[in-house]
Ligand binder design. Structure first.
Ligand code: SIN
Ligand code: MN
Length: 262
């Protein structure tokens, strides 16, 4: 799949793209059908909410499940990433589903991913791309991602490690910085029906509010990074930043459907 020139321009100026209907309801159903089993596992890859104990993020999924082993090689995500980066030698850095259970899903504080990738993993440059697929309908109510358009343009903002707000340690940005960046172009709420994809870069400021709605919110996330920009520190567990840096190759477009037909 190729992005059109106007989409590439928008990605450059906004720092993100929202691609409605990139995956069909049938494909989303195939991905969701695996989650109850994966979320039930008691393992370090499953981070649970402090309050409810529900799974907040389930990581390393391509190493735990054959459907997700295909999903990390899906051409509808990998080909646009290769096109944006002008590089077809990308490795799989992180694979997860972030969940926000109805009424209890907790916040993701304001942050940009490169702060963690650089400080924890020694990634040299903010080139990694975060490729999301909404697995539930995401509205203003159930904890959508919030993006600050153009916030990547000033480069990495000051960030501090927050180990207390949630169960997931995250390098976060102070409110003053958020206010300054949001004053320029506001905030966009990344909403859409299940199957919508989001692509965003490593310096884009983002976060998401708690889910006090009656509707669950699950989002698949694949982070890819050029092999030439690989980690230089191995402080974090493999599921937080995978060590294997062999190039990922796209499968056929029907790779999810053929997995269940087989
Ligand atoms: C979220 O699931 O709301 C946060 C996702 C992210 O930071 O990539
Ligand atoms: Mn993030």
């Amino acid at each position: 799949m190729r992005l059109a020139p106007d989409q590439l321009e928008r990605f450059d100026s906004d720092g993100f793209l929202i691609l409605p209907e990139l995956f069909t309801a049938e494909e989303v159903g195939i991905l969701c059908a695996e989650l109850d089993t994966l979320f039930a596992e008691d393992c370090p890859q499953n981070f649970r909410e402090t309050e409810s104990g529900d799974v907040r993020t389930a990581m390393g999924l391509h190493l735990r499940n054959t459907i997700y082993a295909r999903m990390v090689r899906h051409p509808r995500l990998l080909e646009p990433a290769m096109q944006i980066l002008g590089d077809d030698r990308l490795y799989i850095q992180q694979v997860k589903v972030n969940a926000k259970v109805a009424y209890s899903g907790e916040v993701w504080q304001w942050h940009y991913d490169f702060a963690t990738h650089h400080n924890e993993d020694g990634v040299p440059e903010p080139l990694a791309l975060n490729l999301h697929v909404l697995l539930d309908d995401v509205s203003e109510f159930n904890g959508p991602l919030w993006f600050i358009p153009g916030s990547h343009k000033g480069g990495p903002a000051p960030a501090e490690l927050d180990t207390t707000t949630t169960s997931y340690p995250l390098w976060c940005v102070e409110n003053d910085t958020v206010s300054t960046l949001a004053a320029k172009r506001g905030i966009v709420s990344a909403k859409g029906p299940a199957g919508t994809a989001l692509i965003f870069g490593d310096c884009l400021l983002h976060g998401s509010p708690p889910n006090m709605s009656p509707w669950n919110r699950r989002i698949y996330s694949l982070i890819v990074n050029p092999i030439t920009n690989a980690y230089t520190k191995e402080l974090r567990a493999d599921h937080l930043h995978h060590r294997g840096i062999s190039p990922v190759t796209p499968l056929d477009d029907d790779c999810l459907l053929s997995a269940v037909a087989a």
